[in-house]
Design a protein around this ligand. Sequence first.
Ligand SMILES: *Cc1c(COP(=O)(O)O)cnc(C)c1O
Length: 394
Amino acid sequence: MTDNKNSDDYGFETRAVRAGYTRTAEGEHGEAIFPTSSYVFASAAEAAARFSGESPGNIYSRFTNPTVRAFEQRLAALEDAECCVATATGMAAITATFFGLLKTGDHIVSSRSIFGTTTVLLNNFVAKLGISTSFVELSDLAAWEKAITPQTKLLFLETPSNPLTELVDIAALAKIAHQHGCLLAVDNCFCTPALQLPLALGADIVIHSATKYIDGQGRCMGGAVCGSKAIVGEGVFGFLRSAGPSLSPFNAWVFLKGLETLSIRMKAHCENSLAIARWLEQQPVVERVYYPGLESHPQHELAKRQQSGFGGIVAFELKGGKTEGWKLIDATQMISITANLGDTRSTITHPATTTHGRLTPEQRQDAGISDGLIRLAVGLEDIEDIKRDLSRGM
Ligand SMILES: *Cc1c(COP(=O)(O)O)cnc(C)c1O
């Protein structure tokens, strides 16, 4: 757990490159990695003072490591958060949020359109502790308010949603949450702080899978929770310290490097995605394109207001259904057939038979996942090569 005390008045790009690192006595320019499980104390009295919390300092790398701390500080500086706790994976960040902040009898209202594993976590594991969840339509503010009960403690969502890029008005939902004494948690994985700052819009907690755009090159697993010291520094950090889904210092170092190029990478992902989305709209075999940057997107105005860029995920529906969808995917020669995203490499999936394959046909229809839907996570390759690869199977 790390408090953010260095963002001062530097701009976003400067904080991304420089925040959160204290040079050691060696005078190194690049950040050091500290692969150590424990730390040595000068005396028995100092050990006692550290353990009691009287004197600050490193104790044990499950919850104090200088490289992990540097990553936490840098991300906190970018999210404009008082505090950040890094975790082993994105799912560990979500688990630490639920288990660190909630107790038996509490109730969660969650968007229906969230990462599949988060749904499984809520329904199969969080539920076992007597913490129930109601799922609502992401953009429907009235449905959120209606689902809140006196037991509701937390509202949870991702925006834009995956794969249909639906949005919710974070500021409006934060107001509703606070009127009912609930916390609002936003999984900001798709936008990253380079495109969207949920805390500034009124959210209480920001969650990340650092595995995606923060790494940016598909190498390491990691996650983080950002928010106030009172919420994240107590409950979430307390859970991490005791349960132990901690980030490795090696991965923290990779993410530190990832944050340094986050802003320029996200700009490039956005630029490529908009170009691909516009091009897809022109293709006769394409029925519909889902991308918040398109004027045809029903929430384009909200996206312009709430985000500083439209992100790297483009979904599109083919007229031909599953047959045409699989044909397009199988005809690609460059784009990777994988469900991961946030990589320099473009990836393509058929949600109906992969990420959403466990849903019944009715559930899929409710979620808007048609058989002809393709999800593209647009990478940083030459835009003409991406178009050419997609055209092969059209
Ligand atoms: C991938 C992902 C997660 C889970 O992160 P892991 O690092 O894979 O555990 C959570 N939320 C969203 C939106 C994701 O895309």
